[in-house]
Design a protein around this ligand. Structure first.
Ligand SMILES: [Zn+2]
Length: 124
């Protein structure tokens, strides 16, 4: 669990595959809107940024666990991630982006539909 890579989670790969199959073209793991946080999937034209947050690293309310060993360190780490997530979302929204955040536990079929709707709605 702790060794899980933060990039290219199965959920993220699944979502990308669905979007690609639907004809959408996007950029992957890009810094968007000048913020430090990188969107997992970005549509620079319609300005839609998609994040697929790992349940552990981002403290999912359903599956987030707080490791007992080094609990202070983990708490600071995960809370730091959550704060950075919130900051990135706010900065992107201020810059006119539509920000969609999903958990890795979410149904990626539904997530793909939400992304497609947002991209189509934002087309200039
Ligand atoms: Zn979860």
């Amino acid at each position: 669990m702790l060794a899980t890579r933060r990039r290219d989670t199965p959920a993220e790969t699944d979502l990308r595959r669905r979007l690609f199959a639907a004809g959408l073209r996007y950029r992957v793991d890009v810094a968007v809107g000048g913020v430090r946080s990188r969107a997992d999937i970005a549509f620079p034209g319609p300005k839609v940024a998609v994040f697929v947050d790992g349940c552990f690293w981002h403290g999912c309310p359903e599956h987030g666990t707080w490791p007992k060993a080094n609990s202070e360190w983990w708490r600071a780490k995960i809370e730091g991630n959550r704060r950075r997530d919130a900051d990135a979302t706010q900065q992107l929204r201020d810059a006119g982006w539509t920000v969609l955040r999903f958990w890795t536990h979410d149904d990626m079929k539904l997530a793909a539909e939400t992304v497609m709707r947002a991209v189509r709605a934002s087309k200039p």
